[in-house]
Design a protein around this ligand. Structure first.
Ligand code: CP
Length: 302
């Protein structure tokens, strides 16, 4: 595997995470026009084997802003339909001149079968495993708000069992000294994730991160209606009113309005859901810069 591949948060030291956040901030401030120098502009392919709006199109935006030429892989018109494997598909992109791959795939840790690939790969989400670019944009959004992660109380609510967002955030936030608790339906608990009651912790939280119900991974509400789910496990107006003054609300999106969160709260004062998306372009620019081997801009801005 290329040493600059970004597959999980575990691949990054704390300093590297801070450097990426700092670079993302610099892309917003001092380095908004910075581009990959011409001789290093790798031909980039986006291989999305699962649907995506935010991750896919913000990587495209980031590639475009950095001056890269990129293509979107179309699985349905590719030789996957003739039985070609993921490994052979990726190896082909390497063989025909691509220098950077962005991959989303439904299989947990799909990248383990790509260890002999030499070009950098950025993981845009693997099954229930990891979502490093989402995690970095979440960290950036929290940092922007509080200026630190250490000691913050983070309450992550919903379909924890199927969420790669929960997994990557737990890993990174705990490393930076945040206290992370989880809540949601009992059938979506996950081993090693400290579960608690939403209502008992709403006033404890500095950050409430809601998770989408991952129906495509088998999550089912059973007899429960969407309205009942919202009432029991979602962010209602009543719960919102009990949040700390300085608390913020995150959701990786797409949002099931009226299920994980009352539709009227999606753009409420404490919601940073669309800010997360804007930050997503900045952290993805920083990840691409890192993957192509460029050093951090500096360490003063985070
Ligand atoms: N948050 C996220 O990964 O959204 P998409 O599935 O739309 O990329």
């Amino acid at each position: 595997m290329n040493k600059n591949s970004l597959l999980t948060m575990k691949d990054l030291t704390n300093q590297e995470i801070l450097d990426l956040l700092n670079d993302a901030k610099a892309f917003h401030n001092s380095h908004s026009d910075w581009q990959i120098p011409e001789p290093f502009r790798a031909l980039t392919a986006n291989l999305f084997f699962e649907p995506s709006t935010r991750t896919h199109y913000s990587f495209l935006s980031a590639e475009n802003q950095l001056g890269l030429r990129s293509v979107d892989f179309q699985a349905e018109s590719s030789s996957l339909t003739k039985g070609e494997s993921l490994y052979d598909t990726v190896k082909t992109f390497e063989a025909i001149g691509y220098g950077l791959l962005i991959i989303r795939h439904p299989e947990d840790e799909y990248f383990k079968e790509l260890e002999s690939i030499n070009i950098p790969i950025i993981n845009a989400g693997d099954g229930t495993g990891n979502h490093p670019s989402q995690c970095l944009l979440d960290l950036m959004t929290i940092y922007d708000e509080f200026g630190h992660l250490d000691g913050l109380h983070i309450l992550i609510c919903g379909d924890v069992a199927h969420s790669r967002v929960a997994a990557s955030n737990k890993e990174a936030l705990e490393r930076f000294g945040a206290k992370v608790r989880f809540s949601g339906p009992p059938q979506w608990q996950r081993e090693g994730y400290p579960f608690t009651d939403f209502d008992e912790n709403i006033e404890w939280a500095d950050v409430v991160m809601l998770l989408r119900i991952q129906r495509e991974r088998g999550a089912e509400l059973g007899e429960m209606s969407d309205a009942e789910y919202l009432e029991k496990y979602g962010l209602t107006k009543e719960r919102y009113a009990r949040l700390k003054d300085h608390a913020i609300v995150l959701h990786p999106a797409p949002v099931n309005r009226g299920v994980e969160i009352d539709s009227d709260l999606v753009e409420a004062d404490k919601s940073r859901i669309f800010q997360q998306m804007s930050n997503g372009v900045l952290v993805r620019k920083a990840m691409i810069k890192y993957a192509l081997g460029f050093p951090p801009f500096g360490r003063s801005n985070v």
